[in-house]
Design a protein around this ligand. Sequence first.
Ligand SMILES: O=P(O)(O)OC[C@H]1O[C@H](O)[C@H](O)[C@@H](O)[C@@H]1O
Length: 290
Amino acid sequence: MPVEQTNNRVILKHPKGPTVELLLYGSHILSWKSGSPTSPEISERLFVSAKAPLDGSAPVRGGIPIAFPAFAAPPHAHPEHSKLGIHGFARSEVWTFDKVLQDDGSVVSIRLTLSPTPKIREVYTREFQLAFVITLEEFQLTNDLHVTNPASETLEFHALYHTYIRSPSKDVLITPLKGKKYIDKTDKEFQGLKTEMRDAVDVKRWTDSVYEDTPGEYEVKWPGGGVSIRTRNLKDLVMWNPQAEFGPKIVDLEEGGWEKYVCVEPGYVRGYVQLEGGKAWVGTQTLILH
Ligand SMILES: O=P(O)(O)OC[C@H]1O[C@H](O)[C@H](O)[C@@H](O)[C@@H]1O
């Protein structure tokens, strides 16, 4: 079976060997195992902390969390987001497995959905419908977040994929961000925009940078591996790794976990997506293995 469902998980199995495993909680992708064109051995491509609870008691530290409708910590600037926790509610609600969209031998694709629940309505009063489409191919994984606004007034939101790419954080380099403006959240004295001067960005030090108006296509490289990221409708990019400076303060991050990943997070987080009543928006990331 190309798609298996248990109580709380869904597993996609590509006929060539790659798999994706996700929790219904958060529609949270926990695992993407795949070979690449240059190294056919199937291996894990995402990082999940060994200390992450996977029982739905808290958002998962690792994999691909979805931030919606607000990115980052309260206090949120948007009045409709004032009661939301960090990164909004999409990553901490149980989604519904809707259906298999495609299963033709080269592509396995499924859709999950989320609509307002009583719990969401306690903190967020706007109407919305979310659909998350996961598409697994031999060497790539695509995520499409569909946001529909069934109301008549414009819906304003952030959306972001908080992707934990398994990689040696001391060696990883991300391009092309030179010349791009960003907020350095680790710099408590200066919260204005800085300009990226580096040809390739590393995360050797504690990094929490929100780049705006980025190219939408990125290369994440390290000796012996790499991932290309292609995006659609996600104009910003967040880069995050706490390193030893901040990592030990994160209770659900395993000791030394910060050495095993880089978070490269395509999103729309500077300003809000403005979605007119009755319309839909799709934000896409595709991860392509080298
Ligand atoms: O701990 P979390 O809620 O998962 O957030 C983890 C990180 O997410 C983003 O990258 C933010 O820019 C960081 O400031 C935050 O620390």
